[in-house]
Design a protein around this ligand. Structure first.
Ligand code: GLN
Length: 491
């Protein structure tokens, strides 16, 4: 078995028992990246020197007998909207193409602090707006299971990297599905934590009331390990939740018996791919078999959630993206006067989807329309929160699909933004409610592509999600878990 094939938990064990060095581990992943990434294009930049330097330092500290964190020496890939000191952070946008942050995001500082080598920054939809990674200003990323298909988005680079064993772990961000949908398209485990559980300080803002940093990993145990490191109160993020320090790896033994599971009716829609819904139903029956109580539940506002999200997120984006004016950050084009300069800078710097969002958002917030659009959307958001609250009086966990279909073809939805938006229908409502939600493999479609299911819990109950996902991973009766990728040396 090659080193790059291991889970993070296994790598951590191999490192602690000194069976391998951190330099060996880093080398294995970097070679894998060199071989595969020319085909998959998951990385915007690779950082081999930095990775080796961190690995060497970790090895030296271990030789000196220092006490190390379990993730010391375990490499990680980082979505390119998370600020990294002295390393480009482009958000896959021309406007930030040459931007190098003067500080680390809080989550980055946490990874550095324990000695996790950084493999590089991963591709994404521009400013995390999209569901396929095709909105990257640089290039699209391919799905490792089928190179003619998208990896999902917006954290498509991170999901493809973990799926293809180019990284054992990755950080992503999820505003309205950007971790869970790509995780499901690539057959890996994606966790969006409770809003406020992980610091947003240094995550480039898209829609601040929804944005959340989370994990993309091969297993629930790996996710637990990484989440324990990045979760916690941060005074630098005003929406950070107090007292959220927690060791999620304490006890992940699944206790399915008497678990109260709500099966979301709207995720069994006839509009969804039949095999996707069958896989969700099968998961429900496995839970029942092990003693869970499963009941169908309704989230009647699912459709309205999509409309509300696509008003709220663009509204916040239109305000957050005001800062890219050519004066303070990155790309700048000269003009006849200051207004002309702003307009040229933004006209050339932003791609079409970002411009579309800014226009929708500006419209929804403008005088005369605010009440009809933004305010209405916020009311729908409150109703959705209330619906979840009521459901969690009776249920521990909600089960549904992570996406209506498996991965679609590159180019299939690029001309139809509405179709693209619809691919997030399963992920939007829990985002609006700020709930923790996780996507995990539910089966393999007859096309050979992975399919995902989604588990959602009440605030701060990530442990429920991780335990249930761990249970499914243990009971899995299908293989392979990894895509088959055969490329010759040198591409
Ligand atoms: N696909 C959704 C959008 O385009 C969600 C993106 C995200 O979660 N960042 O807004």
């Amino acid at each position: 078995m090659e080193l790059f094939e291991n889970t993070a938990v296994e790598l951590s064990r191999l490192l602690r028992t000194k069976e391998v060095s951190a330099v060996d581990v880093v080398r294995s992943f970097l070679e894998r990246i060199e071989l595969l990434d020319p085909h998959l294009k998951a990385f915007i930049i690779r950082t081999p020197d930095m990775a080796f330097n961190t690995a060497k330092e970790v090895d030296n500290r271990r030789i000196r007998g220092e006490e190390m964190h379990p993730l010391a020496g375990v490499p990680v890939a980082i979505k390119d909207n998370i600020s990294t000191l002295d390393l480009p952070t482009t958000c896959a946008s021309r406007i930030l193409e040459n931007y190098i942050p003067p500080y680390d995001a809080t989550v980055i500082a946490a990874l550095k602090n324990v000695g996790m080598p950084f493999l590089g920054k991963t591709n994404m939809d521009e400013f995390a707006m999209g569901s396929s990674t095709e909105n990257s200003a640089f290039f699209p990323t391919c799905n490792p299971w089928d190179l003619s298909r998208v990896p999902g988005g917006s954290s498509g680079g991170s999901a493809a990297a973990v799926s293809a064993a180019m990284a054992p772990l990755a950080l992503g961000s999820d505003t309205g599905g950007s971790i869970r949908q790509p995780a499901s398209f690539c057959g890996v485990t994606g966790l969006r934590p409770t809003y406020g559980r992980v610091s947003r300080y240094g995550l480039v803002a898209f829609a601040s009331s929804l944005d959340q940093v989370g994990t993309i990993t091969l297993t629930a145990l790996d996710s637990a390990l990484l989440l324990s490191l990045i979760a916690g109160y941060d005074p630098l993020d005003s929406t950070s939740l107090p007292g959220s320090e927690f060791d999620y790896t304490d006890d992940l033994e699944p206790d399915i018996k008497n678990l109260r599971v709500g099966l979301i009716k709207q995720h069994l829609s006839a509009d969804f791919d039949q095999e996707v819904t069958d896989a969700v139903l099968k998961a429900a029956s496995i839970l029942e078999e092990y003693g869970a109580e499963v009941q169908e539940v309704s989230l009647p506002l699912t459709d309205y959630g999509l409309g509300a999200y696509y008003l709220i997120a663009p509204s916040e984006a239109s305000s957050n993206l005001g800062r890219y004016d050519g004066v303070r950050y990155g790309y700048a084009v000269n003009g006849e006067n200051i207004e002309d300069m702003f307009s040229r800078t933004r006209g050339e710097g932003f791609g079409p989807e970002v411009k579309r969002r800014i226009m929708i958002g500006t419209y929804a917030l403008s005088a005369g329309y605010y009440d009809a659009y933004y305010l209405q959307a916020m009311k729908v958001r409150t109703l959705i929160r209330n619906d979840y609250k009521a459901l969690f009086n009776d249920f521990d966990i909600l089960l549904g699909a992570a996406s209506p279909t498996p991965a679609f073809k590159i180019g299939e939805k690029t001309d139809d933004p509405l179709q693209m938006y619809l691919s997030d229908i399963c992920n939007i409502t829990d985002s609006l409610a700020g709930l923790p939600s996780l996507a995990v493999l539910s089966g393999i479609h007859s096309s050979g592509l992975p399919m995902g299911m989604q588990l959602t819990a009440s605030p701060m109950q990530e442990i429920m999600l991780l335990k249930t996902a761990n249970f499914f991973e243990k009971s899995r009766d299908f293989s392979p878990l990894r895509p088959v990728l055969e490329f010759s040396e040198g591409g």
